[in-house]
Design a protein around this ligand. Sequence first.
Ligand SMILES: *Cc1c(COP(=O)(O)O)cnc(C)c1O
Length: 418
Amino acid sequence: MTSASPVWHPFTQHAVHGEIPTIVRTDGAWLEAADGRKIFDAISSWWVITHGHRYAPITEAIRTETERLDQVIFAGFTHPPAEELAQRLIGITPPELTHLFFSDSGSTSVEVALKMALGYWLHSGEDRRHILALEGAYHGDTIGGMSVGARGVFNAPYEPLLFDVGRLAFPHPGREQATLDALEKACRERPVAALIVEPLILGAGGMLIYQPAVLAEMATICARHGVLLIADEVMTGWGRTGTLFACEQARIVPDIACYSKGLTGGVLPLAVTLCRQAIFDAHYAEDRRKTFFHSSSYTANPIACAAALANLRVWQSEPVKERIAALAGVHTKALERFRDDRRFLNVRQLGTIAALDLVVQDAGYLADIGPRLYRHFLARGMLVRPLGNTIYLMPPYCSTAAEINAVYEAIAAVDLDC
Ligand SMILES: *Cc1c(COP(=O)(O)O)cnc(C)c1O
């Protein structure tokens, strides 16, 4: 069936999807549809909105910036929002991360990270090109992002274009040592350029959580072998895991870090890739072939930078950490009742992210339980987008206990015939 709209939606099978709500207004944790329906945004509009929709300090900063600047070429030019944002980001991240490169999405921040890593080794005169990644990882939908991400139904058609990556088993609870041993072995077997990880939790891979101690040990092994550690904090950054960045919980400093999604509070697209001095220095040469050859048209868009600066001010001037802790507390309490509910398995939480798996016969991403659950929640005025049989919540920090508990009520009301 063809629809009247020419729009082709992301990750949407139009032949089976059904009704697509038209959102005409957003406010706090809520989406308002053209037909007047109100929908609670339990997944922060795909993990981007942090403080809430149209958070006033951010929207006001955007309005003000448009009075001064719009897009300005960033090759050989600069502007105050980018300079100030860069200074402040460098100021709140570990001192070892000295430089940052702007781009405009999480995927491009990962591409930039991979290119930085390969450029570093090439310009340092060492032949290291092999990349390691975790099984089940997600790092975006560009070719490089897909290459380091899990292979499956999402990228099977593009397989011929994807480059080879060494895979480490996910450090499932109780099986962490196997992952660490595999990392050690991979680093000994051949020269490795970099290991890329989603710190502490695989997002699109099913909200799978691993221990900070495992991440810390992975960092130690990488350092021992001179392997660059890339932390893809695109989802985990900006408070989702309970701390500003997930790496803080493992007390590690990656060599390269990617931030996007919540960087602007989720209001405008922007990304940064931070790196250590040595990586910048390897590209710093009179030989112009060592230039870092990457750009996007909208690199460091001034209005997006102004939104990110406003986000940083919110973090500085408002009790964001307290809000996050309170939200985490709501999850902890609400999850309790599901721990001995036999319909669910793997009840888990990391900061503001909560997840549980519905026990079903067919648990794959394409299992029809996913869309059925999606409709179950939408019918109750809630945006919840299960990953296969994994139901997760990742609400904006302005969500109230009552709003979140209502979603847990809807989870408790799930029946397999839904
Ligand atoms: C969402 C995500 C990306 C991709 O970000 P986009 O802005 O959608 O390109 C990359 N890595 C992780 C861990 C993500 O969750």
